[in-house]
Design a protein around this ligand. Sequence first.
Ligand SMILES: [Mg+2]
Length: 192
Amino acid sequence: MHHTIRLSQMRIGVDLDGVVADFTEGWTSQYKIDFNKEIKEENITEWGLSKPLTHFEEEIDFWNWAKDFNGSSIFRNLKTYDNAVEVLYEVSKSGHEVVIISSKPWWSIHDTLVWLGENKIPSKEIHFLEDKWKIDCDVYIDDAPHQLKSFVENVPDKLILRFVRPYNRPIAGTKDLNNWLELNSLLESYNL
Ligand SMILES: [Mg+2]
């Protein structure tokens, strides 16, 4: 007897910073403590963390600051965005695979693994790499302009979701995800 299998299970590649983890809130609040300057999310309209957004001359100067606060990096205590964890749970409960794909620096990996556990992120598969498109998924969710472009160039047939942030712009070949509550209907329309 041949059973019909409903081909609805999808692998969903999910970025962390700017998608699940509120990196912006994390570093701007620490920046205010250390340098007494308030930077608002809506003022971060370009990708990049050095001048003129911050006083750091180069990106590497930002990361040298961000890698050690009393033995933990900036990634250790980030908050999750509204509904992120709840929606990832629903998505996994309905049979999809949540695949974490992050390009974080090597020195943040142990902090990130602890963070994923503490925040109960429902994923059995976690990757750290720059060429994210090489991890085979049906759907990719990212906020970084260069990653979104790379998905469109390398895997244009996949559903590529731009998590809309003030520092990214619409990119041809991607669909907009404004908040986590929109994910389900985007997945359903793709899965028909
Ligand atoms: Mg990101």
